[in-house]
Design a protein around this ligand. Sequence first.
Ligand SMILES: [Zn+2]
Length: 350
Amino acid sequence: MAFRDIIGQDMAINILLRTIQRGRLPSSYLFIGESGIGKKFTAINLAKAVNCLNPPIPPLEKGGEGGFDQGRYGGMNEYSLFTDCCDECPSCKKINAGVHPDFLLISPEGGQIRIEEIRAVNDILSFKPFEGRNKVVIADEADTMNPFAANAFLKTLEEPPKDSLIILISSNPDRLPDTIRSRCSKVNFTPLSHEACRKVIKISSQKYSKKTSEVLSTLVRLSMGRPGLAIAGNLIEDRAWFIKLLKGMLNVEKDGWTSKEEMERWFDILLILFRDMAIIKITQDETNLINIDFKDYLNKLSSSIDLKVIIENYQKINILMRYFKFNLNRSLTWNYTASLLRKTMDVKYA
Ligand SMILES: [Zn+2]
C-alpha cells in the first residue's frame, strides 16, 4: 500500500505531500483524528515515502500559482521530488514488515506507553540512519504516554536529532501535555464519507467480502466514517455486547466492563444510541438512524422517554466521558450511569 491507495484522506495527504515537495518536512508531526480513519496507515506510508529507494517521480510543474518552482530547491537531491513510495523496494518491504532498522512503531501496552518504550525511541534516534535516509518513529495513541514517558519524550522533541521524523498519532490530543502538542506540526484527519467508507471496508476486509450488501450497509453506518473500526473488530457483535451490558446495568447487575478500553467503547455506543433515540423523537425519520436495522428496538426503548431527558442524558454522559482521562473507577462509573439510565429507560424494553 502507498499514499495513492489511501481512500478519503486527500486533504491530509495533500498537506503532507506539499510539505515534502517544498523540502520542509518538520521534525515532528501530530496526526489528529478519530480512531479507524487512516492516521496510522498514512504515518507508515510517510515513513516509507521518506525512505523509499525507488520513489515514483511526478512530472515537474514549473512555477506558477501553487506549482512547483524548481528554483527554490537548491539543496534537492534525487529523492526530493517524490510524492509516494513504491511499496516494492527492500526499504518499503522492511517498513511494511516492521523490521527496518531506522523505523520504530510504538503503541500502548496495558493501556499505557511507558518510559521503557521512550528509551527505545531515544536509542534508535541517537544513531545516524543505518540504511535509510531518515529515521522514523511513530507513536500510536500517543496520548496514553504516562507522565514519566511524556517527560522523557519531551526532551527528544525539544532537540530532534538530524534526519529524524517523529509522528505522534492521537484521537484524544487534549490528553497530551501542551508542551508536547505545541512542538508538533498538526495534521487533521476527518471521518470518511459513506461511499469512501464502504470502499475501504470492502477492499480491506476479507471477512466481509461474502457478506450481503445489507450487512455491508449496516457496517458502514455503524462505523460512522471510521472504516478501521469495522475492519479491526466486529461492530455488529460489539452492539450485541453493548445491549447485553445495558440490560445488566438496568437490572442492577454489577460492573460488566473488563477494562478501561471496554468501558470507553461501551460509552461510545451509548452516545450513538442516544443520538438515534433523539432522531426518532425529533424527525420520526428512521432513514437517518445509525442503527437503522434496530429501529423497532429503538422505538420501544425511547417510547417512555421525553426528548428533553434524552438530550440531558446525552450531555451528562458526554461530560462524564471527559473525565475518562483521569482513570475513573469503573465500578463507580457503572453505578453512576446505572442510576442515571434507570430513571429514564425501562428495562423491559432494553
Ligand atoms: Zn520503495
